[in-house]
Design a protein around this ligand. Sequence first.
Ligand SMILES: Cc1ncc(C[n+]2csc(CCO)c2C)c(N)n1
Length: 220
Amino acid sequence: MKLFDRLKAEAAPQWSAYVDHEFVRQLGSGELPLNAFKHYLVQDYLFLIQFARAYALAVYKSPSVDDMRQSLEGVKAILDVELDLHLELCGSWGMSREDIEKAPEDTPTMAYTRFVLDAGMSGDLLDLQAALAPCVIGYAEIGAALLKGGSAAEANPYHRWVLEYGGDAYQDLAKGFGAWMDRTGEAYLTETRYPRVLSLFEKASRLEADFWQMGLNASA
Ligand SMILES: Cc1ncc(C[n+]2csc(CCO)c2C)c(N)n1
């Protein structure tokens, strides 16, 4: 069994609370209040800046040149693609890059990014990957499910988001991440160590659900 599939199966409650969150349902149906999405997206931009640092830390924690390249792809995907998508969407609501960058980080943003960076700093590449996996692979799972359910229709105000994560390019990136984590697992994972890796994966999934909830709370 693939390491990711095992982690996901054993963290089933945290995983489903994340990928089946009410925010995701409303995003898919188009009923999500715009304020909830805007708050989420601004916070996600701030989150991604820290996430790029986590991938840069993965370059540092890489045991081989191949691992370094794979980590670097993550840094590039964020700096060259993800952040631009956020700026484009925020721009369509009249928000500039300066507006976004000076927004204060909300508590769930601080909690999640601190957790990921600490997992990487205090652990090795496998620990860092376990903390990153829900984020990278979860969005692919959500995007694919929403796309299949018809949420990419023009009538959905969030169709651009669905297309981004449900599209082939992101699906391939997430598959590549899963395969990369498997390779690291083959080199580093022991059964004694497994519970700690699972615990990192569970915590990251919980922090993802909290991140969605932060968006919903903003519209209340
Ligand atoms: C809270 C939150 N979780 C996951 C993602 C998805 N994501 C994080 S980094 C990245 C680029 C490639 O690894 C992608 C798609 C997000 N944007 N925000």
